[in-house]
Design a protein around this ligand. Structure first.
Ligand code: COA
Length: 699
């Protein structure tokens, strides 16, 4: 587990090398092992100084996140954390110099181990990331980070680092003062040993007499100004949904007023509560494990060789087609970008170039690199250019006749094993595949707009789609660096269908006479990036109306109306307020100023006498989506909870603290969720009625 050696000068090197794990992680066993090594080195008179290093590519990747999902008691957890505090303090105060030789990732507890050292040297490794990312998992840096960082950087810079949870490159870390020196990887150990030899009396600043926190203590005028503002900003960002934000602020405020030994105990107690918190469990499960599994294609059909997409055909050079070309060329795939005439195809290529040009301007990409990528996009207006494509994605108008025509023409040029995909967001894949000569190779690859920014891709298996097509689509999504989920066919598939319920519920609330600002704020307080009415304005009310009408036409008598339907009609057809593009929808969008809710809304939807509590509106907006997701699970549109959870967070910004749209049911508690939905159904209609077996479906 540890390789310890002592050289002729008396410098001990303790190298982390946890067996059978891809990275060095800290858990009860490895921390006990580390404690033993440190205690041995401290007790050994022959040892003059100690270097903490790693025999793996990373330094230490932090706490063993696997353990976060276990249900451990306070009694089991607290002693572990106090033990780590004790080791850290022993390193700092034993009278021997400790140096961290950081060769790779030093994250969370890994970087906190380095913080217990008197000096931190990092190898100039472009892959290495350094920082305290705990907040992203719903916890706080509990290995002394909330105490040592503010004492090292000052309260303001320290709080910023703890609350933003960024992983920094070595160069950034050096600039911020997180590492003291950067050297070449070959020199790392020698320089670390030399420093230890040259600094026999090293101490930590906070153990020196008269230590003050740089920039001012908690009770200084700076501190007094900082904390009220930091509290307010924390609240503004989290709306109280992420308890770790408050816990970090409390650790710094309470702990940094006291001696560091007391501060560390304060931190450990907050950490125990955070690790046991349901929000942490949800964030770790979905945000760390399920997302990683999705990126690693855990659901890929077995026994099919990995596909390499050498050439990609894209039909339709509009916004989506151009976006797909841009991200694909950016990952080294040759793209043919086709449209009805050469000018349209060229315009599409120019659109694909825009995000790359932005990166060049920001200094994040060289001109030559951009030119090489753009060379990979060939605009065209004839199908023959598709010859030799491994995959063709159509991103033409949402019109069945046009789609049928391009499918036929493109398929005529494709090899028998090439795959044809539709980027439709509304039309069921099985129906579109009827026009295909090879339905087993026909699939849905649903991108989100803007393609360059959105991390999710929804892969839709039609009734006749074969495993080989699913595997190829997954390989392609992985190759372009996005995260896939796989769902079965259905109206609106999974993401559009469930997200629509958020928007529709917002409009239903408006129709009931709930104050528009209350609806929008409740959406944001629930954790969504924007309120439901703003979402409709952004995507256009005309589109919502068209989709609803298409569904009505397709479903006939089976169509279930929604209170929002006639609001869409009113706004598009009577009031001529089709949305943001036109400058008017539920909001006014003036060209020269900020948006504001349309002042006339109250005239069309008179304010109801008793306004609901914001918590009730929030619950309605969250629950309606989870009910729809449960229905998707019941109907087999999604077969894995993880696909629903990952898809909801990455696809439309369902809030992370919930763990995703199905995990939310678990967080509320299946029985409580069911009861709340039945109560909502009694008041607002059967759309809230949950399917039977809520617990089994959410599990
Ligand atoms: N605890 C448990 N397992 C961890 C881990 C941790 N802290 N960090 C990484 N792993 C595991 C991953 O789950 C993965 O396991 P798998 O191969 O079985 O799928 C493996 O180590 C490699 O990680 P991966 O993310 O695939 O490699 P990478 O090189 O892309 O990234 C890290 C490496 C360390 C940057 C990344 O894994 C990471 O950010 N880990 C979390 C660090 C963190 O948040 N630490 C603070 C904990 S409070």
């Amino acid at each position: 587990m540890f390789e310890t050696s002592i050289d002729a000068d008396g410098i001990a090197v303790i190298k982390w090398n946890i067996p059978d794990r891809p990275v060095n992680v800290m858990n009860e066993t490895t921390m006990a092992g580390f404690r033993d090594e440190v205690e041995k080195a401290i007790a050994d008179d022959a040892v003059k100084g100690v270097v903490i290093a790693s025999a793996k590519d990373d330094f230490i990747a932090g706490a063993d996140i696997d353990g976060f999902l276990e249900d451990l008691s306070v009694e089991a957890l607290l002693p572990q954390f106090l033990m780590f505090d004790k080791i850290g303090r022993a390193m700092e105060t034993c009278g021997k110099p400790f140096v961290a030789a950081i060769n790779g990732h030093a994250l969370g507890g890994g970087y906190e181990t380095a913080l217990c050292c008197h000096y931190r040297i990092a190898a100039d490794n472009p892959k290495a990331r350094i920082g305290l990312p705990e907040i992203g998992l719903g916890v706080l840096p509990g290995g002394g980070g909330t105490q040592r960082i503010p004492r090292m950087l000052g309260l303001q810079a320290g709080l910023k680092m703890l609350l933003d949870g960024r992983k920094h490159t070595v160069a950034q870390a050096a600039k911020m003062g997180l590492v003291d020196e950067v050297v070449s990887p070959e020199d790392l150990l020698d320089v670390a040993k030399r420093w230890a030899l040259d600094h026999p009396d090293a101490t930590q600043p906070w153990d020196r007499k008269g230590f003050r926190i740089p920039g001012g203590d908690v009770q200084s005028p700076t501190g007094m100004q900082l904390f009220p503002a930091a509290n307010a900003m924390g609240r503004e960002r989290s709306f109280g949904n992420y308890p770790a934000v408050q816990a970090i602020l409390s650790c710094v405020y309470e702990g940094c007023q006291r001696h560091i030994d007391v501060g560390l105990r304060v931190e450990s107690k907050y950490l125990v509560n955070m690790i046991r918190h349901p929000v942490t469990k949800a964030m770790v499960r979905t945000g760390f494990f399920e997302m990683a599994k999705a990126r690693k294609l855990k659901g890929r059909p077995e026994g099919i060789p990995k596909a390499k997409i050498g050439k990609l055909g894209i039909l339709g050079a509009g916004m989506m087609g151009a976006g797909i070309a841009s991200v694909s060329a950016g990952r080294g795939i040759d793209c043919v970008l086709m449209d009805v005439d050469r000018a349209a195809a060229e315009a599409g290529k120019a659109r694909a170039a825009a995000p790359l040009e932005k990166r060049v301007k920001q200094g994040r990409m060289g001109e030559a690199h951009m030119a090489a990528l753009l060379d990979r996009i060939a605009p065209t207006d004839h199908y023959a250019a598709l010859d030799g494509s491994d995959l063709v994605i159509e991103a033409v108008f949402e019109d069945r006749a046009i789609k049928a025509e391009v499918t036929k023409a493109a398929e005529a040029r494709l090899a028998s094993d090439a795959v044809f995909a539709s980027n439709t967001s509304t039309l069921p894949i099985t129906g579109l595949a009827r026009t295909s000569a090879r339905p087993a190779n026909f699939i849905g690859i649903h991108f989100f707009s803007p393609v360059e920014k959105m991390p999710l891709v929804e892969i839709i298996r039609g009734a006749g789609t074969g495993d080989a097509a699913v595997a190829l689509a997954l390989d392609y999504v992985q190759a372009i660096g996005k995260t896939p989920i796989v769902v079965n066919d259905g109206r609106g598939f999974f993401t559009s269908r469930v997200f629509a319920t958020y928007v529709m519920e917002g409009v239903a609330l408006l129709k009931e006479g709930v104050a528009p600002a209350l609806i929008e704020n409740a959406g944001r307080i629930a954790g969504f990036p924007v309120g439901p009415l703003e979402v409709v304005d952004n995507t256009s009310l005309g589109l919502s109306l068209a989709i609803r009408r298409q569904w009505k036409k397709d479903l006939g008598d089976a169509y279930v109306g929604h209170p929002a339907d006639d609001v869409f009609e009113l706004f598009v057809e009577t009031l001529d307020r089709p949305g943001r593009k036109a400058g008017r929808g539920f909001y006014d969008w003036p060209a020269d100023g900020p948006k504001r809710l349309w002042p006339e809304l109250g005239r069309h939807f008179p304010r109801a006498a008793g306004q609901p509590d914001v918590e009730d509106v929030k619950q309605r907006l969250l629950h309606i989506q989870s009910v729809e997701a449960l229905r998707c699970r019941e109907e087999g549109v999604v077969t894995e909870r993880a696909d629903a959870d990952v898809g909801s967070i990455l696809g439309w910004g369902f809030p992370m603290y919930t763990g995703g749209v199905l995990s939310w049911v678990g967080q509320v508690g299946a029985a409580a969720f069911e009861a709340q939905c039945h109560a909502l159904a009694d008041r607002h209609g059967p759309r809230f009625a949950p399917p039977a077996e809520v617990e089994a479906l959410a599990a």
